[in-house]
Design a protein around this ligand. Structure first.
Ligand code: CTP
Length: 403
């Protein structure tokens, strides 16, 4: 999945000949499912038309503080635009604009928006070779990088002047790849491995029947998605579930019984940094599994059950540096039970769900949790979508692990 999917990209275009390439740049971001808005400096409109860019970006293009629409003056709110963006990219960035950015000059909409933006700002310089190596330009480039702005270096080649040298704006595809790599490298879980169990387990009674539960696996899938989006490689051990996930960092390992889940969890545990056990594992299984279908009789049927292995507790026993998180689904004495589970199973944290809370539980799309860590500090959260709960859980873990 592209890191740009659903992201808001604000493209600032300044007056360089490379502006004609921004049509491709907008297309590339749109193809990667980003939302794009374009701001142009007035002079850049000599190089590419706003109509081209508004058509490709599917959004109006702004270039002035005011726009006249049906004779009503409209204020283009630079602060709103700056806050809207997840990423701002200024390409091409001319020597003139770079110098103004470096010095806080604010005489057009693009510069005002740049000063208001709180998101990461990338810039792709484009100018003639002597301008690029001029000490004044170098000073602007250094200053901007010292502000935390990220430079996509110009490349060498034939320039609009006919001279050959450094100063060409990086090609659109290279700009996209550069930003993509930068985003990936800065993800907080980049290089980390995470083991997750989710869903129910089915314990066979005979070839056609089983003991199971209503767990949907939704919570675990939501956590897998959040962790993978933050760069983690996820080993998702999943009991029977209809949930789907498409992410190149998520490896799905389907299992059926508690025993299979136990074996799979132990296979991956030693290599991971974090393990979150969200599965609703059956605590008991039939002692003997009938090899053929049990026939109906008039008398009662007793099935002897034996305990399954406690996967979480077994991982707690062999834990080294892994951050181990369990779930506790409780109906009464919730906090007390969850804390005792945390200590008994040697966990770093436990996520408590209470069945007394409306909207928390197996099949629903919402959940209400309390996060409890090793110090037994409790952090209750509001009722939220499982996707939002997954973000809270991962954030709580991120606050407690050394990256
Ligand atoms: N768990 C596990 N293996 C089991 C049973 C539970 O890994 N055989 C894990 C669950 O994935 C969850 C945690 O243990 O993270 C707590 O599960 P829960 O059923 O609430 O607790 P139990 O230890 O089974 O205790 P009880 O059912 O008595 O509350």
């Amino acid at each position: 999945m592209s890191v740009f999917r659903g992201k808001k990209i604000l493209l600032g275009i300044t007056a360089g000949i490379a502006a004609y390439k921004t049509a491709s740049l907008v297309r590339l971001f749109i193809k990667l499912d980003a939302e794009v808005k374009v701001i142009m400096t007035p002079a850049s409109k000599d190089f590419i038309t706003p109509l081209t860019l508004s058509t490709l970006s599917k959004n109006p293009v702004n270039s002035a503080f005011y726009a006249k629409e049906d004779e009503n003056e409209m204020w283009n709110n630079h602060v709103e635009l700056g806050l809207w963006a997840d990423y701002m990219l200024i390409a091409p960035a001319t020597a003139n604009t770079l110098s103004k950015m470096a010095n806080g000059t604010c005489n057009n909409l693009l510069l005002a928006t740049y000063l208001s933006a709180k998101c990461p700002v990338y810039f792709a310089p484009a100018m003639d070779l002597d301008m690029y190596i001029h000490p004044s330009t170098k000073e602007s480039l250094n200053k901007l990088q010292s502000f935390g702005n990220i430079m996509i270096p110009a490349t060498s080649g034939e320039l609009a002047s006919g001279l050959v040298g450094e100063g060409r704006m990086a090609e659109p595809q290279d700009i996209v790849t550069f930003i993509e790599k930068d985003i990936l490298n800065k993800l907080p879980l980049r290089g980390k491995k995470l083991l997750l169990t989710t869903g129910p387990t089915y314990e066979a009674i005979d070839p056609v029947r089983f003991i199971g539960n209503h767990s949907s696996g939704k919570m675990g899938f939501a956590i897998a998605n959040v962790a993978a989006n933050l760069g983690a490689e996820v080993f998702l051990i999943c009991g029977p579930s209809h949930q789907q996930i498409q992410h190149n960092l998520v490896h799905r390992i389907d299992v059926v019984s508690a025993e299979e889940m136990y074996t799979a969890a132990h296979k991956y545990f030693k290599d991971v940094d974090i393990a979150i056990l969200a599965a609703a594992v059956a605590d008991y299984r039939p002692k003997n599994v009938a090899t053929s279908k049990i026939k109906k009789k008039d008398s009662t049927l007793d099935i002897a059950l034996e305990p399954t292995k406690d996967i979480l507790a077994s991982l707690g026993k062999i834990k080294e540096n892994q951050f181990l998180v369990g779930f506790a689904l409780e109906t009464n004495n919730e906090l007390e039970n969850a804390k005792s589970k945390l200590e008994r199973k040697n966990l770093d944290a436990i996520v408590l769900n209470s069945l007394q809370d409306k909207g928390a539980g197996f099949a629903s799309n919402t959940n209400k949790i309390t996060f409890i860590d090793k110090t037994l500090a409790e952090k209750p959260f509001e009722l939220k979508s499982k996707a939002a709960v997954a973000v809270d859980i991962i954030n709580e873990i991120l606050n407690r692990i050394s990256l």
